[in-house]
Design a protein around this ligand. Structure first.
Ligand SMILES: Nc1ncnc2c1ncn2[C@@H]1O[C@H](COP(=O)(O)OP(=O)(O)O)[C@@H](O)[C@H]1O
Ligand SMILES: O=C(O)C1=C[C@@H](OP(=O)(O)O)[C@@H](O)[C@H](O)C1
Ligand SMILES: [Mg+2]
Length: 179
């Protein structure tokens, strides 16, 4: 039985912002997986990437995700944009959560993230081109893992959060633990 609610999507799709609002609106616990990873690492994800590389980060990310999914209380989890890359993460997310894919076009996300300095995959490159490449690889993976797909482009974060809460209510998922 699914117990948690997870948000997946490209970096900048709004997982952290909207996840926090969904939890507030629905009275659930919120966890940002990236924050949990940084607590575990004792440094920023950006610094960890620079020192150890992406593959090492993905191992830690998978371990932290596994821990979060074991939480006894229903939790809204904002995943990192690359959490879907590992097949075992996709299986664990799909089985342990109701998963919402927050979709936005790379062009819109590039605008949202103009001036971003914390996302290692978007530093020192053409952000739009990188986001387009990420979308090509990850788009099918987000869709594979998602129970619901939401277009976030014409709605602000509060509106998207409200839509998610409505969907949770409609599908009888309120309380999440009793899906
Ligand atoms: N639906 C939206 N419309 C406009 N801006 C948004 C929307 N969702 C998120 N944002 C903005 O985009 C930026 C990245 O959001 P964030 O929640 O950090 O994304 P993620 O966690 O998916 O990387 C933030 O400045 C946030 O306010
Ligand atoms: O897309 C990615 O691979 C990543 C996205 C980041 O999270 P956001 O999606 O919240 O930016 C963070 O996990 C890390 O920088 C890697
Ligand atoms: Mg985030």
């Amino acid at each position: 039985m699914a117990k948690h609610l997870a948000l997946v999507g490209l970096p900048g799709s709004g997982k952290s912002t909207i996840g926090r609002q969904v939890a507030r609106q629905g009275g659930w616990v919120f966890v940002d997986a990236d924050h949990a990873i940084e607590e575990r690492l004792g440094c920023s994800i950006k610094d960890y990437f620079a020192q150890h590389g992406e593959a090492a980060f993905r191992e830690i990310e998978a371990q932290v995700l596994r821990t979060l999914l074991q939480a006894p209380q229903p939790t809204v989890i904002a995943t990192g944009g690359g959490a879907v890359l590992k097949p075992e993460n996709r299986v664990a997310l799909r089985e342990g959560c109701t998963v919402f894919y927050l979709h936005a076009a790379p062009e819109d996300i590039a605008r949202r993230l103009r001036g971003d300095t914390v996302r290692p995959l978007l530093q020192g490159v053409d952000a739009l081109q990188r986001l387009q490449a990420l979308q090509k690889v990850r788009g099918p993976l987000y869709r594979e893992v998602a129970h619901y797909v939401l277009d976030t482009q014409r709605n602000n974060p509060t509106q998207v959060a409200r839509k998610i809460c409505m969907q949770v209510d409609l599908a009888g998922l309120s309380g999440l633990g009793s899906i």
